[in-house]
Design a protein around this ligand. Structure first.
Ligand SMILES: Cc1cc2nc3c(=O)[nH]c(=O)nc-3n(C[C@H](O)[C@H](O)[C@H](O)COP(=O)(O)OP(=O)(O)OC[C@H]3O[C@@H](n4cnc5c(N)ncnc54)[C@H](O)[C@@H]3O)c2cc1C
Length: 473
């Protein structure tokens, strides 16, 4: 029997008093609220959904749910890839998408304060109008900043600028009890006790609900240039990655992908951007490298040095994208990999392991060997500069249960290899409900017990986003 209570008509009346006209029940609930971008991990409707508008509303809803032992799941844009916002125990879904205002800039301190439903693209564009850049750049620009912080999203520019966590200065959160509290401040350093703010970053909505964020900005670089670098095969392509770092080229982004995934994406967009044949040789894999700086004069010698190194390392060619339309087309093709795969695939699962950069080649060989033992197709690409690989298992003809069984076996094996090589099972997508078992295997019982202890301190009744991350209670 469930440890939670169901939402009764009396509770709905109480919720209505907190968020008048926005308590949605039964068939009126948006079916999207039952899942995220990866429905393979389950689709489950909540009993109630509420689009919250203020911190006080979130606190009011939480207090009612805490008093009545009702499970609550927070969602942003639902673009997560691990079933993180899927309300697997029903209860109440709080959506923070409509808390979407950029509240204020503090340009003297390079900080911006936003509500959690502001979209990544919205902040990126707005910050530029103030001469600033918000460096985190995950592929899905329509995700919310609340979701980005909750998953500690990474993305393309992490190799130079770090991940979302590195840009969170302060936050307001609502605890599962309904209490409102504030972590951090507009300062660049702190040694003031345990870092509660860092516990919330990457906690995937299991410890608290984020209702306001103060994020760090940096001055926007004035010049950006991308290099499209085709290689004959994946081995030559990947073994070049550590050389780029050892030459101290400091790229803003360094992505790798194979021909097949690029073709899916370009077909999806209806536009070919990357060369397929170079001097009579067919390209099998590519690096896409971006450099940024104060001016093109500063970047030109860097690009020249990079081009020499890349050709020496076996690149078939080095093509420069240095105008806004070329940069846009190039990165649109890279950013549409998942959509390209989704369009061509019925059954889909994925993982986003991270291994040391100098182990990528060994790891990819292992993944290729393992994929040969299964009936699904495996496609992968990655943020090569971080050793973060996105591995997709795809099938159009397998039985669903058989697919899930084989994927489980495949993931068990490639996760074990990740740990053996000194890596982690998720670089940026998180654990959600899809990877709970694998997290337990990877971190072991002592670390799981620590995480579960932290969970209980924040959420003694275990009502916030049950069944996720370390929740095997
Ligand atoms: C095409 C595509 C490309 C992607 N590329 C990347 C990438 O490059 N890098 C990367 O890291 N991810 C990537 N993602 C995954 C996804 O976009 C990120 O995980 C993103 O951070 C999720 O944000 P969201 O608003 O959609 O959150 P949701 O999917 O709605 O929720 C994700 C998690 O955050 C929690 N959450 C949401 N809002 C709050 C809040 N206000 N308070 C507390 N918890 C909250 C939820 O409970 C859930 O556990 C990609 C996804 C797609 C579809």
């Amino acid at each position: 029997m469930s440890q939670y209570n169901q939402v009764t008509p009396e509770i709905i009346v109480q919720l209505e008093a907190v968020t008048p006209g926005r308590v949605v029940v039964g068939e009126d609930i948006n079916p999207d609220y039952a899942r995220d971008e990866m429905p393979i991990y389950g689709v489950n409707m909540p009993e109630v959904s509420i689009d919250a508008l203020t911190t006080e509303e979130v606190a009011g809803i939480m207090k009612i749910c805490y008093d009545n032992n009702i499970p609550v799941t927070t969602r942003g844009a639902g673009t997560g890839l691990v079933g993180g916002c899927t309300p697997i125990c029903g209860g109440v879904v709080i959506c923070t998408m409509k808390m979407n205002r950029i509240l204020s800039y503090d340009l003297e301190n390079f900080a911006v304060t936003v509500q959690p439903g502001v979209l990544l693209q919205q902040l990126a564009d707005d910050a530029l109008t103030h001469g600033c850049m918000y460096p985190p750049d995950p592929g899905e620009k329509m995700a919310t900043l609340g979701g980005n912080v909750a998953t500690n999203a990474g993305g393309m520019r992490a190799v130079k600028y770090g991940v979302t966590r590195d840009y969170v200065r302060a936050m307001t959160v609502v605890l599962p009890t309904g209490e409102i509290t504030h972590f951090g401040g507009t300062v660049s350093k702190t040694s003031s006790g345990y870092s509660l703010i860092n516990l919330i970053c990457g906690s995937e909505g299991t410890l608290a609900i984020i209702t306001e964020l103060t994020l760090k900005l940096i001055p926007a670089p004035n010049a950006t240039v991308s290099l499209i670098v085709p290689f004959e095969d994946l081995k030559a392509c990947i073994s070049t990655v550590p050389k780029v770092f050892m030459a101290n080229l400091n790229p803003q982004a360094l992505e790798f992908f194979e021909k097949e995934i690029l073709i899916s994406s370009e077909e999806y967009l209806g536009k070919q951007v990357f060369p397929r044949m170079v001097s009579g040789v067919e390209a099998g894999a590519y690096l896409l490298i971006t450099f940024d700086g104060n001016s093109m004069e500063e970047l030109d010698p860097l690009v020249e040095r990079a081009a020499e190194l890349l050709v020496e390392a076996g690149a078939l060619d080095v093509l420069v994208a240095d105008t806004p339309p070329k940069l846009k087309d190039t990165w649109a093709a890279r950013s549409s990999f998942l959509e390209g795969i989704e369009e061509q695939t019925t059954l889909l699962d994925e993982c986003d392991v991270v291994v040391p950069v100098n182990k990528i080649a060994e790891y990819v060989v292992f993944v290729a060997q393992e994929s040969g033992r299964h009936d699904f197709e495996v496609k992968y690409f990655g943020h090569a500069g971080d050793g973060n690989l996105h591995i997709y298992t795809c099938s159009n003809d397998m039985d669903r249960e058989e697919f899930k069984k084989q994927v489980d076996r495949f993931f068990t094996s490639i996760y074990a290899k990740t740990v053996e090589l000194g890596g982690q099972i998720s670089g940026e997508h998180g654990i959600g409900m899809g990877k709970v078992k694998f997290l337990a295997q990877a971190v072991g019982p002592v670390n799981m017990a620590l995480m579960q202890g932290i969970k209980r301190v924040f959420d003694p009744k275990l009502i916030l986003n049950p069944g996720k991350v370390c929740d095997t209670f």
